[in-house]
Design a binder for this molecule. Structure first.
Ligand code: IPD
Ligand code: CA
Ligand code: CA
Length: 270
């Protein structure tokens, strides 16, 4: 397995994010088949990242959100979301960024998520900690929630889960990678998502676990990144949080009555 040069990965994420920000004046949004937004910025960013990663790491495969699996390799897989938070980027909201994650030996091995509007570079290498810029991240755990605690959710989680038993302030930032990274940094106490892909989560899950979080389905079963690569997405609602908070949230969140889980191949409302 080639050694991960995280400074190289960070420099790619930073360059791509700053370039995307500079291109926003000429943004050309379109709707994909699932009615989610995409722009030429998403596509060009993915193509550029794919070429640069392949040149430096020819033995590592690549998959990205816009073009899917582009290369297989013996030394792992880059799982890239060129822009996570495209809707925010299109409408001028600040929470969006470039996500580059490496999956190796069945788990997230490292990666970077860079948000050009806020200049926050979240990054981690498995076994070596997680950081935001130069600040080491340690998710703060506790056994109870306060009414002022901030709890992150995707919009699908808000629509399909019964959150009425939860104490705290509900937040949905429009970028799951940002929400998971902010959970690693304790700006959010927790994050709950539902049906999310390996490309969205590969970098952020490494950052969160290195900061002391766990990522589990509501049953307590850990998320497996290889299952997400195989199936295309997580299969049910999940929680990312440090252990005590994760157990608390799992015990307080349940599927909303009448909200049926999606069937295989069905489009997920975002
Ligand atoms: C989306 C964002 C959003 C989440 C959606 C994702 P995109 O990614 O992360 O927060 O709720 O499920 O698809 O489309 O901006 O890359
Ligand atoms: Ca995404
Ligand atoms: Ca995307």
């Amino acid at each position: 397995m080639s050694e991960l040069d995280i400074e190289f990965v960070k420099s790619l994420a930073r360059e791509a994010g700053d370039r995307a920000l500079a291109m926003i004046g000429d943004i050309r949004p379109e709707f994909k088949a699932d009615q989610s937004l995409v722009t030429h910025i998403d596509r060009e960013t993915e193509q550029s990242l794919r070429a640069k990663l392949a040149e430096r790491y020819p033995l590592i495969g690549f998959q990205g959100e816009e073009y899917g699996r582009a290369a297989t390799g013996s030394d792992g897989l880059w799982a890239v979301d060129p822009i996570d938070g495209t809707t925010n980027m299109v409408y001028g909201l600040p929470s969006w960024g470039v996500s580059i994650g490496l999956i190796a030996n069945g788990s997230p091995a490292g990666g970077a998520f860079y948000m050009p509007r806020t200049r926050e570079m979240f990054w981690a290498v498995r076994g070596h900690g997680a950081y935001c810029n130069d600040r080491r991240l340690k998710a703060v755990d506790r056994s109870a929630l306060h009414v002022e605690d901030t709890l992150g959710f995707t919009s699908t989680a808000i629509r399909t889960l019964d959150l009425s038993g939860l104490t705290g302030r509900l937040r949905s930032l429009g970028s799951i990678a940002a929400e998971v990274c902010y959970t690693a940094g304790s700006q959010l106490c927790s994050h709950v998502g539902c049906f999310e892909g390996a490309n969205d989560l590969a970098a952020a899950l490494c950052i969160a676990t290195e900061a002391g979080c766990e990522a589990t389905y509501l049953t307590g079963e850990p998320l497996q990144i290889n299952d997400m690569v195989r199936d295309g997405r997580t299969r049910a609602p999940f929680v990312v949080a440090p252990p005590q908070l994760a157990a608390l949230i799992r015990s307080m969140v349940r599927p909303r009555e009448g909200a049926a889980p999606p069937r295989a191949g069905e489009t997920i409302p975002r």
